[in-house]
Design a protein around this ligand. Structure first.
Ligand code: EPZ
Length: 432
């Protein structure tokens, strides 16, 4: 296995390009199943999850073509997705188990073909993560759902879903995306109540409308969809990754440096994160090409933060902010309300000298003077980023192992950080 070795102490300075958002790209790729025409997606990041989903889609009959590999560090891929016919409506366990977002093919397959057999995703490191809200939503639209040998078998009566009212008891990003995609081709109108409002969902809805869907209420908690008989192709560029941007903003602050995060509209898509980071002392300045970030105070200020669905503070930034709070002036309280087990980074940060105590879903972080380099273990995507951040400021060397977690969501991380002065290298085959 590979590992990343970091020698801490360098200030990060310069320009850092922000890639297309993984959590927008994945549902957008699944939307290609909804049309027999070609969907062209630009600004796609080079990530393991993108490759995994591309393989899954090809198994359903999607013909893909990489129009532009996006070799330059600041450019994403352009890939076309063309599905004249769906050749298989089964999403196999060996792929779905690797990436929970594979469940997002369920809605499009059900909508286009009237049936789908998708492996249950199974839990992952950060929690059980069931799909009951997805399945209840499809039943509201007339589908019959059966569980067979670890697979979900969904069938639309008479081959087509019916519009309905889907009321989510709790907010779910994936369930909102799955039902939204299915509703575009259902017969009649669908209302989705208590919909998730993450910017990535608006990105998906805007692309679907460009494909001929009729979606209203984008960005609000109530989405209204008038079903149509067919969608056509379009060209669409994936929005910038607000979580990647937030992660590197934290890196700038922790190292006492200054980074210009390059990407259009970044400020607009990361407002909820900026609010919290500003209260910790970070300073953001708009530039022509993105946003300039640095620590505006002598020390990071301790803050109390609770993760919430958008527009609240994102759970995907929790581990990164916790890494920053290990050096804060005073103490910080972090409350994780979205996932039941998203503190896997705490024991690893503690091995680097952090002072963190966890009670249930609340972590209290007391600032220390210096983190200490150590070999640490990544456990999930955002936890692995928190360990990279800690390594950037720790004394001596930090070795982050199991970085396959990192490869899922951070494109060209070593290149991007090296270009801004970090002493960081990837060591193939040396990990544990
Ligand atoms: C999306 O996951 C993101 N992934 C996650 O990002 C993100 O953390 C999460 O939304 C919350 O913002 C992608 O977009 C690919 P949810 P998703 O459905 O859709 C429970 C990252 O680091 N729930 O909003 O799976 C669930 O267990 C990843 O990039 C049900 O109970 O999240 C969780 O506790 C990690 N039943 C809560 O809702 C369901 O049917 C929120 O989950 C669905 C979800």
């Amino acid at each position: 296995m590979d590992r990343i070795a970091i020698t801490g102490g360098s200030r990060l300075e310069g320009e850092l390009p922000i890639s297309g958002a993984k959590n927008a790209a994945l549902p957008l790729m699944c939307a290609s199943l909804l049309t027999p025409d070609t969907l062209t997606l630009g600004n796609l990041p080079h990530l393991a999850d993108i490759r995994t989903l591309k393989t899954l889609l090809e198994g359903h009959g999607v013909a893909t073509n990489v129009e532009d590999e996006g070799k330059d560090i600041s450019s994403g891929q352009v890939i076309t997705f063309n599905t004249p016919t769906i050749t298989s409506t089964t999403a196999p366990y060996d792929i779905v188990r690797k990436m929970r977002a594979s469940i997002l093919v369920l809605g499009p397959l059900l909508a286009r073909e009237g049936e789908a057999t998708v492996s249950l995703p199974g839990g992952c490191a950060i929690g059980n993560r069931p799909i009951d809200l997805h399945l209840k939503g499809f039943e509201e639209m007339g589908a019959t759902i059966e569980l067979q040998e670890g697979y979900v078998r969904a069938v639309a009566p008479d081959g087509r879903l019916k519009g309905g009212i889907v009321q989510f008891p709790t907010v779910s990003v994936g369930a909102t995306e799955n039902i939204l995609m299915a509703a575009t081709l259902a017969s009649g109108n669908t209302t989705i109540e208590n919909a998730a409002r993450e910017p990535e969902i608006s990105d998906l809805a805007n692309c679907l409308n460009a494909m001929g869907a009729k979606i209203n209420g984008i960005g609000t908690r109530t989405l209204k969809v008038n079903g149509v008989d067919q969608l056509h192709g379009t060209e669409y560029s994936v929005m910038p990754d607000r979580i990647e941007a937030g992660s590197y903003a934290v890196a700038a602050a922790m190292t006492g440096g200054e980074l210009e995060l390059l990407g259009a509209d970044l400020i607009k898509v990361m407002t909820e994160t900026i609010g919290v980071l500003k209260s910790a002392g970070l300073k953001f300045t708009n530039t022509d090409n993105g946003v300039l970030v640095k620590l505006g105070t002598s020390k990071i200020k301790g803050i109390n933060v609770t993760t919430q669905p958008y527009p609240g503070f994102p759970t995907d930034m929790q581990a990164q902010v916790m890494a920053m709070m290990t050096l804060c002036d005073g103490a910080s309280v972090i409350n994780e309300t979205i996932f039941e087990n998203r503190f896997m980074h705490v024991p690893e940060l503690s091995r680097m000298g952090a002072d963190i105590t966890v009670h249930g879903s609340t972590a209290t972080v007391r600032g220390v003077e210096q983190l200490l380099g150590a070999p640490v273990m990544a456990t999930d995507l955002r936890a692995s980023m928190s360990l990279i951040l800690a390594g950037l400021v720790a004394d001596r060397q930090t070795f982050v192992n199991r970085i396959y977690h990192l490869d899922r969501g951070y494109e060209r991380l070593v290149e991007k950080l090296s270009a801004c002065g970090a002493n960081i290298v990837r060591e193939d085959g040396k990990g544990i």
